[in-house]
Design a protein around this ligand. Structure first.
Ligand SMILES: NC(=O)c1ccc[n+]([C@@H]2O[C@H](COP(=O)([O-])OP(=O)(O)OC[C@H]3O[C@@H](n4cnc5c(N)ncnc54)[C@H](O)[C@@H]3O)[C@@H](O)[C@H]2O)c1
Length: 252
């Protein structure tokens, strides 16, 4: 018996890092999973590996969350393939330098398009199917400790993640009458492609590790375990909130 037997989940940004780990864990807990990514080949490869390891029904497809037509096609494909959608994980995200002064408006607009407008569009596209099913649902947005802490070089990223928490609260209230729960997971420093630069610089890695109360950079599966909690019935009375997965970083 898995925690998500009979459920279907969409994961964006599932070709690597946190998204791939979330897809793998949800599949291992019995979910059918659509792995979506702007890197369609990467999503297909992850899906094949997860299928081999878990036997779960999964598929991988290209979907750029900034394109409405891609989002609509991906939701349609998921419904055609699995017949229902119970869980949406808005995980796709980018981290671009936006130092001040000297703002790069292209980087600002791209960051908001991927990290903020994309998740909002996905919620808006998936919600009608969840409502029509009449059995509730779970939406999880991947925010960041950068949504509540300031990072000097990343104004756009910080703004996008703070904004996504605003979307989380509003959507939680809007969809509560349909028993669709909407929550966020805010990772701290996690070992993924996004933080590859840290691993290339031992001094920077040692400096950041010294600031993490539990004393190590997290692994993507540690984010995935919290997403699983919010996706399944263990969190049946939880909506409109953010769970921070940061080894105590923001508690300081
Ligand atoms: N790694 C960390 O330390 C950390 C910390 C806090 C929050 N996060 C968040 O976790 C999420 C996943 O990041 P990660 O660390 O796994 O990085 P990652 O770079 O490994 O994964 C991000 C994925 O999103 C995909 N993507 C990018 N733009 C896209 C688009 N327009 N449409 C669809 N897919 C797109 C990428 O191809 C990639 O597969 C992001 O939302 C990120 O902000 C990561």
């Amino acid at each position: 018996m898995g925690l998500l037997d009979g459920r279907t989940a969409i994961i964006t940004g599932a070709a690597s890092g946190n998204g791939a780990a979330i897809a793998r864990l949800l599949a291992a807990e019995g979910a059918s999973v659509a792995l979506l990514d702007i890197d369609g080949g990467g999503a297909a490869n992850q899906a094949a590996a997860i299928s081999d390891d878990t036997g779960a029904p999964v598929f991988g497809a290209r979907c750029d969350v900034t394109h409405a037509a891609d989002v609509e096609a991906a939701v349609f494909q998921t419904l055609e393939t699995f017949g229902r959608i119970d869980v949406l994980v808005n995980n796709a995200g980018i981290l671009l330098d936006t130092p001040l002064p000297g703002l790069d408006m292209t980087a600002w607009e791209r960051t908001l398009a991927v990290n903020l407008t994309g998740p909002l569009r996905f919620i808006d596209t998936v919600a009608p199917a969840m409502i029509a099913q009449g059995e509730g649902g779970a939406i999880i947005n991947i925010t960041s400790i950068g949504g509540s802490l300031g990072f000097a070089s990343y104004a756009a990223y910080c703004a996008s993640k703070a904004g996504l928490m605003g979307v989380t609260r509003a959507a939680a209230l809007a969809l509560a009458p349909h028993r669709i729960r909407v929550n966020a997971v805010a990772p701290g420093i996690i070992h993924t492609e996004m933080t590859r630069g840290l691993y290339a610089d031992p001094a920077a890695l040692a400096e950041i590790t010294a600031k993490i109360p539990l004393g190590y950079v997290g692994e993507a599966v540690e984010v995935a375990k919290t997403v699983l909690y919010l996706a399944c019935d263990l969190s049946s009375y939880v909506t409109g909130t953010e769970l921070t997965v940061d080894a105590g970083y923001v508690a300081q």
